[in-house]
Design a protein around this ligand. Structure first.
Ligand code: DQA
Length: 145
């Protein structure tokens, strides 16, 4: 069975209580459970990883690629807008991924309009709230075939 990584970056462990008017009331654990159920129906298996540390995210991409993970759903959070290292990790391993943001980053501050990941991703899901993770997973599975 295909294994996929769900990667979440800094402050996403605060989902549920963090700016609920922007990010909603679901926790990352809630989202993870929904994704696991969807994954089962799609015939894939998920590995979940959240970190507030850039290097830990980079190392997790390396590990995923080394251990035969087929692709990733990635919300790199603030590192989306700043991390050359994370971009290089995905480029360097060739691990295919879909970028997702809970909020509509294009309707927010200018610095959130730039993603260092989007142009090397398979696609981007933005602004659909937590359901965006499900859309991203469906898109990734469809594209991986
Ligand atoms: C986010 C958007 C980012 O700009 C922000 O830094 C986050 C969350 C989102 O899911 O909407 O932490 O990635």
């Amino acid at each position: 069975m295909k294994r996929l990584l769900v990667m979440n970056g800094p402050n996403l462990g605060l989902l549920g209580t963090r700016e609920p008017e922007v990010y909603g009331r679901l926790t990352l654990a809630d989202i993870g459970r929904t994704l696991d159920a969807l994954a089962a129906s799609l015939g894939v298996e998920l590995e979940h990883f959240q970190s507030d540390h850039e290097g830990a995210l980079v190392e997790r991409v390396h590990l995923a690629a080394r251990t035969g993970v087929a692709g990733a759903v990635v919300n790199a959070a603030a590192y989306t807008h700043t991390s050359v290292a994370l971009r290089d990790a995905y480029l360097g391993t060739g691990l295919p991924f879909v970028e997702i943001h809970v909020s509509n980053v294009f309707a927010r501050e200018e610095f959130r309009h730039k993603s260092l990941l989007a142009d090397v991703s398979m696609g981007v899901v933005v602004g659909f709230g937590p359901v965006g993770y499900e859309l991203a997973l469906r898109g990734l599975v469809a594209r991986l075939g």
